[in-house]
Write a protein that binds this ligand. Structure first.
Ligand code: AMP
Length: 221
């Protein structure tokens, strides 16, 4: 049975950074709904253009669109062992849809680490965040600076600030998170899958804490 790790946490909590590290350690694919939308936008697909209308305001893309996109992604062969999910599910309807999809695919949610970071720290993290153009590697001007300013350590591509990391949009994203995504903490707590992780620790300590709660099947490639 395939095993899926659902990373929960506010924008800026470190889900993307940790998902990339865990994907490298486990060999499981990193599936970021935000990255898929951004990739579609870059390629000017219909999905990308639609998503952009919501992303630019810090709102969520409608559930039906997001669920269909993830359904397609999870049905690809590289998800046969499972995946690290980053940014999906983000609403109770998406969480229910995920359960239904996994039932069909013969998979399960193995654990739901909730990376907890206080709200006032999130704004500072998001406003200093830098993303690599080529592959979405994540840095921070102050907390996780690249070796050479403006250049990705991993692939040498240019670093940029996401449009939705600008202060006006950041506040709305946090509001949307509190209203629409926080209910998932209770959803997964009830299922006995939620594990709270202190997201204020250094990056490598957060990775260690996550590693400690991963199901064994996720660790063995
Ligand atoms: P992220 O990169 O996870 O911060 O996502 C960036 C933006 O993409 C969000 O602010 C939403 O507009 C959109 N998005 C990403 N994941 C989802 C999702 N699961 N449901 C709805 N919208 C999403």
């Amino acid at each position: 049975m395939s095993v899926f790790i659902v990373l929960l946490g506010a924008p800026g909590a470190g889900k993307g950074t940790q998902a990339k590290l865990l994907a490298a350690k486990t060999g499981l694919p990193h599936i970021s709904s935000g990255d898929i939308f951004r990739e579609n936008l870059k390629n000017q697909t219909e999905l990308g253009k639609l998503a952009q209308q919501y992303m630019s305001k810090g709102e969520l893309v409608p559930d039906d669109v997001t669920i269909a996109m993830i359904r397609e992604r999870l049905s690809r062969p590289d998800c046969a062992r499972g995946a690290i999910l980053d940014g999906f599910p983000r609403t109770p309807a998406q969480a229910e849809a995920l359960d239904a999809m996994l039932a069909e695919l013969g998979g399960r949610v193995g654990v739901v680490p909730f990376i907890d970071v206080p709200e006032d720290e999130l704004v500072e993290r998001l406003s200093g965040r830098l993303i690599c153009r080529a592959q979405g590697h994540i840095f921070h001007k102050k907390f996780n600076p690249p070796k050479v300013p403006g250049v990705c350590d991993y692939d040498g591509s240019e670093l940029y600030q996401r449009e939705d990391d600008k202060p006006e949009v950041v506040r709305n994203r946090i509001r949307v998170y509190l209203e629409q995504t926080m209910p998932l903490v209770a959803y997964y707590e009830k299922k006995g899958l939620l594990v709270k992780i202190d997201g204020t620790q250094p990056i490598d300590k957060v990775t260690e804490a996550l590693w400690a709660v991963l199901p064994e099947e996720a660790k063995s490639a």
